[in-house]
Design a protein around this ligand. Structure first.
Ligand SMILES: Cc1ncc(COP(=O)(O)O)c(C=O)c1O
Length: 450
C-alpha cells in the first residue's frame, strides 16, 4: 500500500542529508584504507545511510559522533550496552582491577568469579556456570559439551534464529518446507543440513518430526526470537518444547543473550522455564566482553562422568582470555549494581511507553504494521498481526523502508539497532527520550504517507 517511488525518493533525500551532516564520519570512513570493508568489523557496514557514524563518546543512553551530533541510543550496542554506556559501578570496578590491582589476563580465578556464578544461578536457576568472552562462544561450547554427553551428532535450531556465528545454526526452513543453508552461509566446514535440523518457532509438530530422528543432541533456541523482529511464543509452545525434548532425550539450551531484556533472570525466570543450559553474553558485562553458560546439576554430573572428556586441556572448549578477571569484575558490578531488579522494572515501564506510543502512531497512519515488546525491548514489523514464525517474519522484511526510517531517525538524533527495527531501553532511558522518538517517528510516517 506504500508508494514505492516515494519511499525511494525519501530514502535518497535522507541519505543526502546524512552525508551533509556527517563530513567527519565520511572522511574517516574514506581514510580507513587498511580496514577490511573500511570498518573494524564488517557488519558495521550495516548502515542505512551508506556509511557508519563514527563514535566519539557514549554515556548512559546517549552516543555522540565525531561530527558533534548527540543521539538517543535505542540501539545500545545491539544489547551489549543494555546496562547503559559506561555505567559508573562498572567503570569503578574495571578501573580498580586494571589500574589499581592489575591483572586482566592472568589465567587465575578471582573471588569475584564465584560471586558472579552465584548471582547467575540465583537469577536463571541453573547451579553451575562457566565463562567465555562472547555469547557465540558460550553457544559453541555448550553445543560441544552436549554432543559429548549425548554422543549425538546434530543440533536443532529455529528457522531465522541468530545465535552468533555458530556454523551449525545457519540453517532455515526453505519455501518447500525442507531444511536448507541460510543465504550468505558460504565457506561452512560442513553442509549445515548434515550437522543440524531446523523447525519453525511455534511449530511443535515440526519439532516433533525432526526430533523423532533420534540424532539431535540439543535444541538451541531463544525463548522468543529477537533477531528477525521479535516473535513471541504462543501459549503452550515453550512447555511443549520442553516436553518434546525430554521425550526424545534431547537437551534444551535457552539462549538468553537478547531475551535477558524480559527481566533480571531473562525469559527463563520471567516465564518459569526449565532449560538444561542457559547461554548469555553481551549485557551482563556492562560493556566489557563476556559470555557465560549455566549448566543444570544433571548436565554437570553427566559431563563429570565422562572421564574421557579433557576439560582441562583438549576437550574442545576454552580460551586463554575466557573467565578473565576484568570481564568478571565488570559482570559482578553490572549484575549487583546496574541491571538490578529495580532497574529492570523501570526499563520495562519505559519500554511499555515506547511500544504503546509506537503502536498508536502506526494505527493513526493506518499502516498494517505490528509492535512486539519483550520486557525492555520493543520492535515494530511491517506486517500485522505480528508473525508467529521466523520464516513469516523474514518474508515481511523491507530493506528500503527500514533504511528510510533508520536514516530519518538518525538525522533527527535517534539511533535504532541497524538490524531491523529494534529499540532497547537501558536504566537511563527516559519517557522524554521515548517521546522524542515518537515525534520523529510520526513525522517519518507522515512523509511516507503524504
Ligand atoms: C540470541 C543471540 N545469541 C548469541 C549472539 C552472539 O553474540 P556475540 O556476537 O556477542 O557473540 C547474539 C548476537 O546478536 C544473539 O542475538
Amino acid at each position: 500500500m506504500l508508494d514505492r517511488t516515494r519511499v525511494t525518493a525519501l530514502l535518497a533525500r535522507e541519505r543526502a542529508t546524512f552525508e551533509d551532516r556527517h563530513p567527519r564520519s565520511a572522511a574517516a570512513y574514506a581514510r580507513a584504507d587498511h580496514l577490511f570493508g573500511r570498518v573494524p568489523m564488517t557488519w558495521m557496514n550495516k548502515s542505512a545511510a551508506g556509511f557508519p557514524i563514527h563514535l566519539d563518546r557514549a554515556r548512559g543512553a546517549r552516543v555522540s559522533d565525531i561530527d558533534g551530533h548527540e543521539y538517543i541510543d535505542f540501539c545500545l550496542g545491539d544489547t551489549a550496552a543494555m546496562a547503559g554506556h559506561s555505567p559508573a559501578p562498572v567503570v569503578e570496578a574495571v578501573t580498580r582491577r586494571l589500574a589499581d590491582l592489575g591483572g586482566a589476563s592472568t589465567m587465575l580465578p578471582t573471588e569475584e568469579a564465584a560471586a558472579v556464578g552465584a548471582e547467575l544461578a540465583r537469577r536463571f536457576g541453573l547451579p553451575l556456570w562457566s565463562f567465555t568472552l562472547t555469547a557465540t562462544d558460550a553457544n559453541r561450547w555448550a553445543i560441544r559439551l552436549l554432543r559429548a554427553v549425548t554422543g549425538r551428532p546434530r543440533i536443532l535450531v529455529n528457522s531465522y534464529c541468530y545465535h552468533g556465528s555458530v556454523d551449525e545454526s545457519l540453517i532455515v526452513v526453505g519455501p518447500d518446507g525442507q531444511a536448507r543453508s541460510r543465504d550468505g552461509n558460504v565457506g561452512a566446514p560442513y553442509d549445515v543440513t548434515q550437522t543440524s535440523r531446523v523447525a519453525e518457532f511455534n511449530d511443535l509438530e515440526g519439532l516433533a518430526r525432526e526430533l523423532a530422528h533420534g540424532d539431535v543432541a540439543v535444541v538451541l533456541m531463544e525463548p522468543a526470537l529477537t533477531n528477525i523482529g521479535i516473535v513471541l511464543p504462543e501459549s503452550g509452545y515453550l512447555a511443549g518444547v520442553r516436553e518434546l525434548t525430554r521425550e526424545h532425550g534431547t537437551y534444551l539450551i535457552n539462549d538468553e543473550t537478547h531475551t535477558f531484556s524480559a527481566g533480571p533472570g531473562g525469559a527463563t525466570a520471567a516465564w518459569g522455564l526449565d532449560p538444561d543450559v542457559v547461554t548469555i553474553g553481551k549485557a551482563i558485562g556492562g560493556g566489557i566482553p563476556v559470555g557465560a553458560y549455566g549448566l543444570s546439576a544433571a548436565v554437570s554430573a553427566a559431563l563429570s562422568g565422562r572421564t574421557d572428556l579433557d576439560l582441562v586441556d583438549m576437550g574442545g572448549v576454552g580460551g586463554t582470555l575466557a573467565g578473565n578477571p576484568l570481564s568478571l569484575t565488570a559482570t559482578r558490578a553490572t549484575l549487583e549494581q546496574v541491571l538490578t531488579d529495580a532497574a529492570f522494572a523501570g526499563m520495562i515501564d519505559v519500554a511499555t511507553a515506547f511500544a504503546t506510543g509506537t503502536q498508536k502512531i502506526i494505527h493513526e497512519y493506518g499502516l498494517p504494521w505490528s509492535v512486539n515488546q519483550l520486557g525492555a525491548r520493543v520492535e515494530y514489523r511491517f506486517v500485522s498481526p505480528a508473525p508467529r514464525t521466523g520464516g513469516a517474519s523474514a518474508a515481511h522484511a523491507d530493506a528500503e523502508l527500514e533504511d528510510y526510517l533508520h536514516a530519518y531517525l538518525a538525522n533527527r538524533g535517534i539511533l535504532l539497532t541497524p538490524f531491523h527495527n529494534m529499540a532497547l531501553m537501558c536504566p537511563q532511558t527516559t519517557t522524554d527520550d521515548v517521546a522524542r522518538h515518537h515525534e520523529a517517528f510520526a513525522d517519518a510516517l507522515g512523509e511516507l504517507i503524504g
